[in-house]
Design a protein around this ligand. Structure first.
Ligand SMILES: Nc1ncnc2c1ncn2[C@@H]1O[C@H](COP(=O)(O)OP(=O)(O)O)[C@@H](O)[C@H]1O
Ligand SMILES: [Mg+2]
Length: 308
């Protein structure tokens, strides 16, 4: 069973929540494939269904139907073993304030039935840079240290895969980059990673592959490189001296003139601004001013989720 290609493989998963009279479709025919060894981002706005999926993996939420396997093990056929393959870092920072990091990890190892000799408490504390805090009460730890402690806790049973639900939601920028560093390190040590995030920047920085989810539906799944190719669009506007008829050569740039402003969209990989200016000159279109806009990652994300 240890020979598998996908650490997570889900097909046609549906989950409906009932809230009083309301019926919430949290996941709709959701599918995903996460390759062993990768860092995969499950990216989507708040309420998209990310935590619902993570909770299904962890056995906290029961799906209505569909198939899910973790490291080649069907969660319906062997729930216990499939749970053992993953470590989940939950969205909320719920740490008992009266335990020290060392005690917390020992306690967790006990819960997993790991014999004392096989425990990796010191190694894990070291990898997450918590050795100096090993005997400090959790309540005295900074936000960044708490995040790392939760990651450490999820690693106690040496899972093949680490799943992080919004690992940097609500944390400072500097903490965010240190958490990214540890996630990369854990991945380099051989653990497959899946993280959920609503920060595009986080997915761009960390992930090899990305799934985009909105309203419970997966709308895109691809390598980061392929997704980034979608954002080579640029917009340029020219302030003209008067209104003109748009020459045919410019039609391919989804051009439009409004109130003496000509706006054009082009792919910066295929066209450069000079080509466009040459067309204007050839057609004796005079302008006083040029402005260019790069579409940013947020735009692409919005475009993708709005096209759905
Ligand atoms: N236990 C629950 N009971 C009722 N509705 C829920 C429950 N958990 C999640 N939901 C709803 O399901 C949808 C998806 O939520 P969630 O998976 O938490 O989204 P995300 O993690 O992407 O922000 C939301 O509309 C949310 O309100
Ligand atoms: Mg969530």
């Amino acid at each position: 069973m240890s020979d598998y290609k996908y650490s997570i493989h889900a097909e046609n998963v549906n989950k409906i929540f009932f809230k009083k009279t309301e019926k919430i479709k949290a996941l709709i025919d959701f599918d995903i494939k996460i390759k062993k060894g990768s860092i995969h981002g499950l990216l989507g706005p708040n309420g998209a269904g990310k935590s619902t999926f993570i909770n299904i993996l962890g056995g906290l939420v029961k799906k209505n139907n569909g198939r899910v396997s973790i490291c080649g093990i069907d969660i319906d056929k062997n729930a216990k073993l499939s749970k053992f393959k993953i470590g989940i870092v939950p969205q909320e920072l719920n740490i008992d304030p009266f335990f020290t990091p060392a005690e917390l990890l020992e306690l967790q190892a006990g819960l997993y039935g790991i014999p004392k000799k096989q425990r990796r408490t010191e190694e894990i504390l070291h990898n997450l840079k918590l050795t100096n805090q090993r005997n400090a009460y959790a309540r005295t730890l900074s936000g960044g240290m708490r995040r790392r402690l939760l990651i450490a806790k999820a690693l106690v049973h040496s899972p093949e895969m680490l799943i992080l639900d919004e690992p940097t939601a609500g944390v400072d920028i500097d903490i965010r980059s240190s958490v990214w560093k540890y996630i990369r390190k854990i991945n380099q040590l051989g653990t497959t990673i899946c993280l959920t995030t609503h920060y595009l920047e986080e997915a761009e920085n960390l992930c090899d592959t990305i799934s985009i989810i909105n309203y419970g539906k997966k709308i895109k799944e691809d390598t980061k490189e392929n997704l980034l190719k979608l954002i080579s669009n640029k917009t340029v506007t020219f302030s003209l001296d008067k209104d003109y008829n748009i020459p045919a050569e410019l039609k391919i740039f989804s051009s439009n003139i409004n109130n003496k402003i000509l706006s054009l969209n082009y792919d910066k990989k295929e066209t450069n601004l000079k080509t466009i200016i040459d067309i204007l000159n050839r057609n004796q279109i005079n302008f006083n001013e040029i402005n260019t806009y790069e579409s940013d990652l947020e735009d692409v994300f919005l475009k993708l989720i709005n096209n759905d």
